[in-house]
Ligand binder design. Sequence first.
Ligand code: GDP
Length: 302
Amino acid sequence: MFDNLSDRLTGVFDRLRGRGSLNEQDVREAMREVRIALLEADVALPVARDFINRVTEKAVGQQVLKSVTPGQQVVKIVNDELVAMLGGDAEGAGEAEPLHLDARPPVVIMMVGLQGSGKTTSTAKIARLLKDKQGKKPMMASLDVNRPAAQEQLKVLGEQAGVATLPIVPGQQPVDIARRALESAKLQAVDVLLLDTAGRLHVDEALMAEMKAVASVSAPTEVLLVVDSLTGQDAVNVAQSFSDEVPLTGVVLTRMDGDARGGAALSMRAVTGKPIKFAGTGEKLDAIEPFHPRRVADRILG
Ligand code: GDP
């Protein structure tokens, strides 16, 4: 992913870097090209506009243009802003934002998102990571009573991942399943309980009411929104709707192995105010990576 964006930006920046002197007009022209590249990569318009404004202000407002290597300085400013846009701090290492699980066990991770976004798969991937990489004892429970076989799907993934799932009680409703999952997790000394909530095809009131009810009985420490990076601008709208209604703590971007143009990744932080914590990179249970803002920014700028 990001290949097209990367190609376009590299072209703009190679020209900038090679120049011994720059004036304000040069910067503005380059930024016009950057803006087009961002929009073509499906970055939300207000996000692209804001990005360009910040870069332009920094580039023309400081001593950058008078420096010996103005082109390189401008590229650095773009890089730093890209890292910030992706959720890293410019001074810091731009590392992946970890899960914060320092609460009294069972710590609850609530997974939310639309149907088909990769929520169930991501739930199992994260549970597996916690078990294998962090030595935790996770348990998963499916609260998806809408989609036939959703609960069964999580059970099968749990078996593959070697992670326990809450036994299925047919007909039980999401809030009651969440309560039962908490009880069961306490009894079995589970460290982390992952709740795979129901999706819908579209964001609607019933879905949001259900998410709030589940959150209020389970008091999640992390609420992760799962979005499909291939859906571009739609992913941004979905993120906006969820973040207006549910107290998100982070985002999981799936299908980063596909040919997403990167816009969803670039807009996510600006829209939700929350970091992308993981990137899904395939269908298999080990196809998940911590999301490193600086690494991704470097990849975009080539
Ligand atoms: P849910 O309806 O949101 O729970 O979605 P699922 O977890 O059932 O995922 C829907 C489909 O997307 C499944 O076939 C998954 O294997 C696939 N999937 C999930 N995450 C990824 C990913 O990161 N990359 C790819 N290529 N496929 C994924």
